[in-house]
Each structure stands twice: as structure tokens, then as C-alpha cells.
Design a protein around this ligand. Structure first.
Ligand SMILES: Cc1ncc(COP(=O)(O)O)c(C=O)c1O
Length: 391
């Protein structure tokens, strides 16, 4: 036995920094809180950008996979070819390769691990989907969180802001489009300009299009900079499959070879989810119109309600995602207090700190791809909450 070896206690340490979540009142950890909220069947689900508007088409395809016990076998490790082709068709891309993952989250981690080095920096924005930056921090030297919460830049990371923040070590631009939490999206001109920046500087453009199908218009950067773009795709939002954990990375075969080398889940992605995803893509034309319409009419109801309250406003309307931000700073209400108040009324929402380190104390994020009756209850309760909490 080697007595010089240090033991577990001496060597145990966290390898990476991660944002620590303060558990809500009465809970030891955030997971216990979440489990309680999850198990409460009356809870109105506006705290995650999930989609609760689907019929049974996807569910039936998955049920069939379960009943035929297809799940006893491992699936092909990089995904069914049919599914990969359906994803390319959905994006209108050719000469690109799809690599299936357990959700956009895994796609993001694989990209940061595979493509970033300790001398690189990365540009992203605040507010934004913070785990992307957290993953990048593990592998790059620096992540620049460009502040974008202002009318001046239309609440988004503009090409000008990217240029201002770039230097010789910039290796990747991260575009979340539409942006969680604000719901801002990019015009074709802007996407072309980002593509030009990536090509000119020979760097990666990571285009997270998780919410693309909620947008009024959406443009895929890979069409303009196919060799530089890595597209991050999710089945959690428009397909309503968040709990199934399935997504993809789409890029050039050369980049994908590098990504495959850092894979963790090398026995393939959940087979039930793959069947659901194929059914979802094949039937998309049948259901997408109705889901988009309900989402738009829901956000209109919220807008009308918010317009009637002094001091509260929607920085971005309409949102091109299935979520939006309500700014509470004018009435001096802390988003945490607001979300606790609403939780008591069985409405689950998210305080700003989940998506911003810089301005998280200003806003509440709500998502609205849920049945209209939930939105109506929210519209009834929110004005009462403002009256009860304002200073
Ligand atoms: C911008 C963005 N990317 C990725 C994800 C995670 O997607 P998935 O459920 O496919 O892992 C989210 C989830 O909210 C998101 O907002």
C-alpha cells in the first residue's frame, strides 16, 4: 500500500465553478423545491420555456416504441439516419452533418469541450442562457458577457457589439436566437453580418436555435457561413419533448469528427425520444400553425394586461420565443418576491437571476406556450400581485 497517497478528503475539490442556486424558503436544495413544484398537478407551468400545447401524435409514436419493446436494444450510436435527414430538411441544409445528443445542453457542452482551448475567449450576452457561458468557462480562458439589456441595442447582441468586444484571442461568438429570456431574434441582414464576422476572422459562430420555430421569421446562419457555424438544435421546445432529453449539433463533417471525439453518451440517445422526434418532424406541418397561434394570442393577452399597470413594462414585444420578460424595476418589486407570491397562487415563474447576473434583479421571466386558461389566471393574479408587493 502506498502510504504517500493522499486520501479522498485531501483531494476532493470542485473542478469547475458553477452558479450556486439559493434554494427557495423552506427548502434545503433547489432540486427538492423543483420536485415539489413538478409534482403539483395544479401548478401553471410558466417557469420553464416548455411547450404544453401538443396533441397525441408524438406521444403515440413513443408509446408504440415502448409497447413493441424496441427500447431493449441500443440505438445506432450517432442517431437514426432518417432522423438526421429530417433535421437537415427542417433546417434546409445540405452538406452538413447531424450529431444527435441528449438535448441541446449536451450539444453545448460537447462544443465547448471539443473546440475551445485555454488561450481562447468567447463572446456571449447577458441576459442569456447562462449555462452556455458556464460550459465555455470550463475550457476557454475568458467568457465575455456583453450587457445587452437596453433599448439602444434592441435588447440583443448586435454585430457592432460583437466587433467592439472581439480581440485576437476570440474563438467563438455565441448567438442565442431567439434569445432566452427576452425573445429577441435576428434579421437576415444581422445573421449575414455575423456570418461575415465569423468568416473574416476564421472563428466559430455557435448558433443556438432552440426556439427558432416560435419566431415570426428565422434565418439559419449555417446557410451563410457553413464552414464556421455550429447549429444547436433542441426537441424540448416547439416539439414539447423537454423531459425526453433529445437534441443535436449540426456542423461540417470535419467539425463533427472533433465533437464525436469528446462524446460521453457513446451508446446513443434515448430510443423512445428518437421515435418521438421522427414523428414530430414528419407531422410538423399538421400542428405547428396552431401552436404558434396559441402562443402569439397568449402573449397578446399578457401584453394587454401589462399595458394597464403603471411602472411595469415588457422590454420586448412581441417576443419571438415562447417566453418574455416583465420589467418590475419601476415598481420596486423584487422578482424573487414576485415569483414567491405567484407560486402561492400556483403559478410557477422564474426570477431574472436565472438568466442574468447583471440585471436579474429587474425582471420576471414567464413562458406562455401553455393552454389559455393558465394565461388568464396569470393575467388575473399578476395585477393583484403588483398591488400587494409594490413599494
Ligand atoms: C437557449 C437554450 N439552449 C438550450 C436549452 C436546453 O435545451 P435542451 O432541453 O434541448 O437541453 C435551453 C433551455 O431552456 C435554452 O434556453
Amino acid at each position: 500500500m502506498n502510504t504517500d497517497n493522499k486520501g479522498i478528503e485531501d483531494t476532493l475539490q470542485k473542478k469547475y465553478d458553477k452558479i450556486e442556486r439559493v434554494p427557495p424558503k423552506g427548502y434545503d436544495c433547489a432540486n427538492d423545491f423543483f420536485e415539489d413544484v413538478f409534482n403539483d398537478k395544479e401548478m401553471i407551468w410558466m417557469g420553464q420555456n416548455t411547450n404544453h400545447l401538443h396533441d397525441d401524435t408524438i406521444a403515440k409514436a413513443m408509446a408504440n416504441c415502448v409497447m413493441t419493446k424496441e427500447y431493449c436494444k441500443y440505438p445506432p450510436p450517432e442517431g437514426f439516419s432518417d432522423l438526421k435527414q429530417l433535421i437537415l430538411d427542417d433546417l434546409g441544409l445540405e452538406n452538413q452533418e447531424v450529431f444527435l445528443t441528449a438535448g441541446a445542453t449536451e450539444s453545448l457542452h460537447i462544443c465547448m469541450n471539443g473546440l475551445l482551448n485555454k488561450s481562447d475567449n468567447v463572446i456571449t450576452c447577458d441576459p442569456g442562457y447562462l449555462i452556455i457561458g458556464t460550459f465555455a468557462e470550463r475550457f476557454a480562458d475568458e467568457v465575455k458577457y456583453v450587457p445587452i439589456y437596453s433599448e439602444e441595442n434592441n435588447y440583443k447582441l448586435t454585430p457592432e457589439l460583437v466587433r467592439e468586444n472581439m480581440d485576437e484571442n476570440t474563438k467563438m461568438i455565441i448567438l442565442i436566437d431567439p434569445l432566452n429570456p427576452l425573445g429577441t431574434a435576428y434579421t437576415e441582414e444581422e445573421i449575414k453580418e455575423f456570418a461575415e464576422i465569423a468568416i473574416e476572422n476564421d472563428i466559430y459562430l455557435l448558433h443556438d436555435i432552440t426556439y427558432k420555430d416560435f419566431a415570426r421569421q428565422h434565418f439559419v446562419a449555417a446557410k451563410y457561413a457553413p464552414k464556421n457555424t455550429i447549429t444547436i438544435y433542441s426537441f424540448s421546445k416547439i416539439f414539447g419533448m423537454a423531459g425526453l432529453r433529445i437534441g443535436a449539433v449540426i456542423s461540417t463533417p470535419e467539425i463533427n469528427e472533433v465533437l464525436k471525439n469528446v462524446v460521453v453518451n457513446d451508446l446513443g440517445v434515448n430510443i423512445v425520444a428518437q421515435y418521438g422526434a421522427m414523428a414530430g418532424l414528419k407531422s410538423k406541418d399538421q400542428w405547428i400553425g396552431e401552436i404558434r397561434e396559441t402562443s402569439f394570442s397568449n402573449q397578446k393577452l399578457i401584453k394587454e394586461m401589462i399595458d394597464g399597470i403603471d411602472g411595469v413594462f415588457l422590454p420586448v414585444y412581441p417576443s419571438d420565443g415562447n417566453m418574455m420578460v416583465i420589467d418590475l424595476s419601476g415598481v420596486g418589486i423584487s422578482p424573487k418576491k414576485m415569483s414567491e407570491y405567484l407560486l402561492d397562487k400556483k403559478i410557477f415563474t422564474r426570477e431574472g437571476e436565472y438568466t442574468s447576473r447583471l440585471v436579474g434583479d429587474k425582471y420576471l421571466r414567464i413562458s406562455f406556450s401553455i393552454p389559455e386558461e393558465g394565461i388568464k389566471k396569470f393575467c388575473e393574479e399578476f395585477p393583484k400581485a403588483v398591488e400587494a408587493l409594490k413599494k
